[in-house]
Design a binder for this molecule. Sequence first.
Ligand code: DLL
Length: 434
Amino acid sequence: MILDQDLETLPREELRELQLTRLKSLCERVYHNVPFYKKRFEERNITPADIKSLEDIRHLPFTEKQDLRNHYPFGMFAVSRDNIVRIHSSSGTTGKATVVGYTKRDIKNWARLMARSFMAAGATPQDMIHNAYGYGLFTGGLGAHYGAEELGGAVVPISGGGTRRQAMLLRDFQPDVICCTPSYSLFLAETAEEMGIDVKKLPLRIGIFGAEPWTEEMRRDIENRLAITAIDIYGLSEIMGPGVGIECHEAQDGLHMMEDHFLVEIIDPETGEPLPPGETGELVITTLTKEAIPLIRYRTRDLTSLNVAPCKCGRTTARMQRVTGRSDDMLIIRGVNVFPSQIESILIETDGLTPHYQLIVERHGNLDILTVNVEVNESVFSDEIKNLQRLESKVQKNIKEFLGVSVRCKLVEPKGIERSVGKAKRIIDKRNES
Ligand code: DLL
């Protein structure tokens, strides 16, 4: 079922017309209300009147996370504080936090896009939704919450953490849908099993997972373990929060972008030049309808590609390939580019290993050393030492073969890797520590 049938299935020509009208009005708004953008337009000798087609977007400046940081906290807002009804913020683990605001209309649009997302995932107004995304400054919790209510579902606002209690409520309340990070879904399943709850027998039908990169192999693992359909949802706080794009349950093949609200481009991260559909590059998003903090050509750092071919679900929106990593997460190990997701795929395909892993990067002299710490399952753990060593060598060999880089593999006992209730921490970079 499609919630906003008229908009989600709009012929692409009409969609482009709508986008152009909205882009023109966005340029007027930021030019007149955000000094940062006025300056950027002037530096390029352009005015909003120069935007005559969607292609003209390439004349507009990019916006970067650093620009938001430079205007911390509210310097990029386009409306007065009276019109702001909500503030969210990113955690700011690498530098100053980025702060975003919402008007009443922004919240309404966000709720609607999240409701669309739930429906695309296969949820219905009759469903109960267990929402384990964190509530607070993080956009996951409240974003999914408002969307679930807009859908007409019954939301259980459990937030993140308290994992045994979560497992108990899954058993007692019998929700149909769960929302959390993919890594947390596995932690929750593991905890439930320890408590003697047969996760597969629960009525849970759909998982809506995002906020961190995950792989196709991880999806299969989660779907088997929990006996659900696992749907990928994408978003980022700077642009809105969750609901910028979501897979449909019919195809599970790319995330439908909410193109009536967001203009999406893929650019070459080196040159900034736009790339055609199908080519992989950095996702750049322009918010077409946001009032409080509209952004022009925001560089997400997320690497992906777009597919504009029609989808079997009937939606006409462009589909983004699953985001397998951010350009900032790419490790360069002795000249070889490595994404955590590539290592994840290899680990999950190896018998005896679990999807719980961490990558430790150290520098010895001038040499970068990557150690893959990965948990084994119970049966492997009780195996003979020589078999464990054989497994370590096998992982090292496979990674060398597929990625062309030599790594060390260290098997860790079951539950030996710290679990996260939100985004999993996959990389521990010790290179700048001493
Ligand atoms: O993670 C919003 C969100 C909440 C999305 C709940 C989905 C579900 P931020 O904390 O600002 O916002 O982090 C945004 O997380 O630029 C990506 O690098 C990454 N990310 C989000 N969703 C996915 C996904 C939320 N499905 C950053 N796959 C983004 C891969 C994702 N990476």
